[in-house]
Design a protein around this ligand. Structure first.
Ligand code: SAH
Ligand code: AVI
Length: 332
């Protein structure tokens, strides 16, 4: 596993995560715009602007996942917390505003530490500072990292038992093979006696799904377009945001929402010294959001070495929260 620096005050030879992130974005942007079909990785939505836009999405009436998962966690917090041993380090993958973990923290007074991991470094720091104000006795150790590449826990925390939290159905933004790879990596990070709590959005009527990704207020469109706005901000790219249209639709066969940015006209653009041609109607595929059933997710987890030991869902079966344990876990 490669290791990433945890501190953002790194004055040594290694690039700071923010610098590394910017150069990864440049490389992947050029590769994605050169590919056919054009595509970008959804992790690049999340600079500070993107993280704030995502927070607005979570409040939209059409975007049921956040309030539904929050409802499940609020109802089942005690039962879920019961799987996490006292003295554990709780690692959250893609923590964003750390809103949902508060429900678990309230029930876990004896945690060794909370480690929010997120690629959106500035937003992560702000949210960690806010959380410290609310949980002054808790050791909060933010790690700015890409959770797909692995990271080390600070040495002082390496001996404690570990639990993972991965809410929001961010697992759905991976292709299924990449989701398996991520789950295997999480197993290595969390160890053989881990508990891993994963929020997974469920397959449902396509109309509910399409409404969730095509909100009337246009916030999801702004979130999608932010990936181009970010390239303009960071690299002086020349994307005219008005010349691209947000499109999101459900592919029932693949059980996924696809998000695209569709060029409204034929256009040529310069990005980092290179020129890219777009035909009218040509799209950049920016995100997939896979939806699972309880069984398809349990199977995926099993293929990555995890067993779903408990699963909770809301009454309308919109969303699920799985409690995973390593297949080899045995109660001692
Ligand atoms: N967990 C929150 C936020 C979900 S949004 C919730 O349930 O509401 C997805 C979060 O994952 C964002 O905060 C984003 O910055 C982070 N993220 C996305 N890809 C990532 C990656 N590869 N590595 C680390 N963080 C990532
Ligand atoms: C973070 N992730 C699970 C969100 C999702 O629903 O796939 C991102 C998102 N994209 C559009 N709206 C929200």
């Amino acid at each position: 596993m490669s290791s990433l620096p945890h501190a953002r005050s790194n004055h040594g030879a290694l690039p700071r995560p923010a610098d590394r992130e910017a150069s990864d974005f440049a490389r992947d942007l050029l590769a994605g715009l050169s590919a056919r079909p054009k595509h970008l990785l959804p992790k690049y939505f999340y600079d500070s602007v993107g993280s704030n836009l995502f927070e607005r999405i979570t409040e939209l009436p059409e975007y049921y996942p956040t309030r539904t998962e929050t409802g499940i966690l609020a109802d089942k917090a005690k039962a879920i917390a019961g799987f996490i041993p006292s003295g554990a380090v709780l690692v959250e993958f893609g923590s964003g505003s750390s809103a949902k973990v508060r429900l678990l923290l309230d029930k876990l007074p004896r945690l060794r530490a909370y480690v929010p991991v997120d690629i959106s470094a500035e937003f992560l720091d702000e949210e960690a500072a806010r959380l410290r104000g609310e949980f002054p006795a808790l050791d909060i150790v933010p790690v700015a990292a890409d959770f797909t590449t692995g990271f080390d826990l600070p040495p002082s925390l390496r001996e404690a038992p570990r639990a993972g939290f991965f809410p929001g159905s961010t697992i759905g933004n991976f292709e299924p093979p990449a989701a398996r790879d991520f789950l295997r990596l999480a197993a290595r990070i969390l160890g053989s006696r881990a508990t891993f709590v994963v929020g997974v959005d469920l397959v449902k009527d396509g109309r509910i799904l399409e409404a969730a990704y095509n909100d009337a207020a246009g916030v999801t469109a702004e979130f999608n377009l932010n990936i181009l706005a970010r390239a303009n901000r960071e690299f002086g790219a020349s994307f005219d945001l008005g010349a691209f249209e947000h499109r999101a639709f459900y592919d029932a066969e693949r059980s996924r929402i696809e998000m695209h940015l569709v060029s409204r006209k034929a256009q040529n653009l310069r990005v980092l010294g290179r020129s890219f041609a777009f035909a009218a109607g040509e799209s950049i595929h920016t995100e997939n959001s896979y939806k699972y059933t309880l069984d398809t997710f349990s199977t995926l987890a099993r293929e990555a070495g995890w067993r779903s030991t408990a699963v909770f869902q809301d009454e309308a079966a919109l969303f699920s929260v799985h409690v995973l344990r390593p297949e080899t876990f045995s109660v001692q």
